[in-house]
Write a protein that binds this ligand. Sequence first.
Ligand SMILES: *[C@@H]1O[C@H](CO)[C@@H](O)[C@H](O)[C@H]1NC(C)=O
Ligand SMILES: *[C@@H]1O[C@H](CO)[C@@H](O)[C@H](O)[C@H]1NC(C)=O
Ligand SMILES: *[C@@H]1O[C@H](CO)[C@@H](O)[C@H](O)[C@H]1NC(C)=O
Ligand SMILES: [Fe+2]
Length: 385
Amino acid sequence: YQVHISLVGSDKMRVTWITDDDAPSVVEYGTSSGQYPFSATGSASSYSYVLYRSGHIHDVVIGPLNPDTVYYYRCSSNPSREFSFKTPPANLPIELVIVGDLGQTGWTNTTLQHVAGAAYDVLLLPGDLSYADLYQPLWDSFGRLVEPLASARPWMVTEGNHEIEKIPLLEPRSFKAYNARWPMPFAPSSSDSNLYYSFDLAQGSAHVLMLGSYADFAPASPQYQWLQADLARIDRARTPWVLALVHAPWYNSNEAHKGEGEAMRSALEPLLYAARVDAVFAGHVHAYERFARVYNNTADPCGAVHVTIGDGGNREGLASDFAEPAPGISEFREASFGHGRLQVVNATHALWTWHRNDDDEPVVADQAWLTSLASNPACSGKTHS
Ligand SMILES: *[C@@H]1O[C@H](CO)[C@@H](O)[C@H](O)[C@H]1NC(C)=O
Ligand SMILES: *[C@@H]1O[C@H](CO)[C@@H](O)[C@H](O)[C@H]1NC(C)=O
Ligand SMILES: *[C@@H]1O[C@H](CO)[C@@H](O)[C@H](O)[C@H]1NC(C)=O
Ligand SMILES: [Fe+2]
């Protein structure tokens, strides 16, 4: 079935699932188990990839939904499988899980077990989902593997390099499987591409930018223009937190993928800095690293905190080779599998924690309090109008 859900606007949810046969694209739902007073109808699509043909990929948006409420639902009127999810709260606090480069290994399983033990509202994934790497049935097994979590909390994703799956001549269109299987709400944020978009949490208390490391980001590009317009719409008096996700890190002291995020950093970092983006989360490097607030490769109290959280459980192993000595702006780094949590407590404070898979679930391996740049007079005064 491969059910997963994602946020659409402030009070709707997209339900995505796959059936082998031509089942109806209907979601029935309600707030009591076994009772479905509401229903919504959407559409189904499929794609082919070389000799592979996908099942029917259903896409249904349900709502309006109440905040912080458990809903029970079933897909295609299947009486034997009931799912449930909880909607995020309408106000702070809100808790986010952030984990990149997930894959589907034994390490992934451990990460998912740890994530399942967290009381969180929304999961953010900065790219590299299934590691199908052209072999499409691995997208299906990934969908089944994450279903218990991804059907219960919204999963908001952006693309990594393993999603590209382009084969010259045979499959010239990039992101074919990713775009078909993981549709994200790009249109509501005036983006024209599933590869970059933004959304609000808790009625705009936090604005999240899901940037595309593998979409053009040069100043004349659609992504650049969209980002500029999106940032200009943010009212920091109403939105104390602005977060961003990318796949390839802009700051990275690991030997793996060294410098790969540099072109995107130099193109987009001035926009994020002017808008006083609070934190940027990346994947790609299979390790954990947390930087100080930085701008243009230099410590800067009004720059973003950068975190690499690409240690979800990919099949390529850990990236253990860090450059020595650690640069002064790198505050914590370690090559271990795990996941991160960002607890946005109120308009001024958020707590970031990193949880190693090797530790018991309540153990915090690294933590840092963030104070929002909007609440820092030395930075907010310079915010662009
Ligand atoms: C991970 O979990 C899935 C389902 O829970 C199971 O089928 C799979 O064998 C596990 N993989 C590994 C490598 O342990
Ligand atoms: C960033 O730093 C480099 C070299 O340190 C400098 O040449 C460049 O002008 C700086 N860019 C910005 C936008 O400040
Ligand atoms: C915000 O949360 C922090 C950390 O818990 C706390 O110290 C601070 O007093 C809170 N601020 C307000 C306005 O409640
Ligand atoms: Fe990657």
